[in-house]
Design a binder for this molecule. Structure first.
Ligand code: NAD
Length: 352
């Protein structure tokens, strides 16, 4: 099986590449622009594997994508490349429109041109998985869950750009028949997560004895999924998902942000008692503009149709994650010159 993965040097993409190459024995072409979020050291486990190749390219570069399809001849595409940090999208949305919207468009067009030239079984078996987020659905109140039929209602420039890309992906199926499947997943966490996101940011700041910023009152709820559970779900959806369908992915692990940060502090108190209690470092800061209150996923369709189950609970996954950051400073220390933990996504003199 030859799989073209985009964004394979990112957090989830690298978990997908490691899973496909090492667990499944697939051949992978990783198409990645290597932005600030792309990190080849996340792929150390596969970099010398004969089944792995890297193409450093922008997915919005149509000529480069056409060439990638022709030369690699993928049987499957898993599209994860994106700009992904909500706070950065508030500070500057241009890169989000370029990659998430125009990049997805360019990739769909390249896939369509390639797939149109296939015949017989090659054409029948070809598949394109577009990987997206539950943030496209907007915000929930205290009750209810997002399902595959929840109307789109994105709040941030990031989620609006992902919503646009999801619509393009579905349209390329409905209009051209391209066998596209879309997945919408809740918040991921785990090893190799860039330190601008809540969980790694909290772990690394706590290790340095710095204040642990919690937006607003920390009441916002996210539904957390361990990244390797997501990688397995994506593999399953790419293989068995029905073209034209959406599959929601989530771990049934809702937590308030303050509870996530507190839990990390408790785990660190055990693993690093010399700097305990870490909870004293928690500092409430100005909220994010347009901050969605609650996300929660109903993953019944994925569970019943494709038989997927998350293997980690939040407590087992967070402990693994904290241990991983403690044991792998070789991975995160070099990133500190790319991002030093500063606040992003605050609008000067504006709403926030
Ligand atoms: P990430 O920010 O860690 O990595 C993104 C990768 O895409 C990087 O390697 C980057 O170099 C690459 N990239 C960016 N622009 C590119 C371009 N123009 N051309 C080629 N490569 C480019 O992202 P992630 O957290 O791993 O998310 C992967 C996908 O999963 C995204 O589509 C995201 O929307 C989706 N998703 C993420 C989460 C989450 O919690 N992180 C949850 C649900 C869905």
């Amino acid at each position: 099986m030859r799989v073209l993965v985009t964004g394979g040097a990112g957090f989830i993409g690298s978990a997908v590449v490691r899973h496909l190459v090492l667990e499944r024995g697939y051949e992978v072409l990783n198409v990645d622009k290597l932005t600030y979020a792309g990190n080849l050291s996340s792929l150390r486990a596969v970099e010398n594997h004969p089944g792995y190749r890297l193409l450093r390219a922008d997915i919005a570069d149509r000529a480069a994508m056409a060439e990638a399809f022709t030369s690699f001849a993928p049987q499957r595409v898993m599209h994860l490349a994106a700009e992904t940090h909500v706070d950065r999208s508030i500070t500057g949305a241009a890169d989000f429109m370029h990659t998430n919207v125009m990049g997805t468009f360019a990739l769909l067009e390249a896939a369509r041109a390639y797939w149109s030239g296939l015949e017989g079984e090659d054409r029948e078996k070809f598949g394109f998985l577009h990987v997206s987020t539950d943030e496209v659905y907007g915000s929930l109140g205290p009750e209810g869950l997002f399902s595959e039929t929840t109307p789109y209602d994105p709040s941030s420039p990031y989620s609006a750009s992902k919503a646009a890309s999801d619509h393009l992906a579905h349209a390329w199926h409905r209009t051209y028949g391209l066998p596209v499947v879309v997945s919408n997943c809740s918040n991921n966490y785990g090893p190799f997560h860039f330190p601008e996101k809540l969980i790694p940011l909290t772990i690394l700041k706590a290790l340095r004895g710095e204040p642990l910023p919690v937006y607003g009152k920390g009441e916002n709820v996210r539904d957390w999924l361990y990244v390797e559970d997501h990688a397995r779900a994506l593999d399953l959806i790419a293989e068995h998902g029905r073209p034209g369908q959406t599959y929601n992915v989530g771990g049934r692990n809702e937590r308030r942000n303050i509870d996530v940060v507190t839990r990390i502090c408790v785990v660190l108190d055990t693993l690093r008692p010399e700097t305990a209690p870490h909870g004293e470092l928690i500092a409430f800061v100005e909220d994010r503009p347009g901050h969605d209150q609650r996300y929660a996923i109903d993953a019944t369709k994925l569970e019943t149709e494709l038989g997927w189950r998350a293997e980690e609970t939040f407590d087992t996954g967070i402990e693994k994650t904290v241990r991983w950051y403690l044991d792998n400073s070789w991975w995160w220390q070099p990133l500190e010159n790319r991002y030093a933990g500063q606040r992003l996504g605050v609008i000067a003199g504006g709403k926030a």
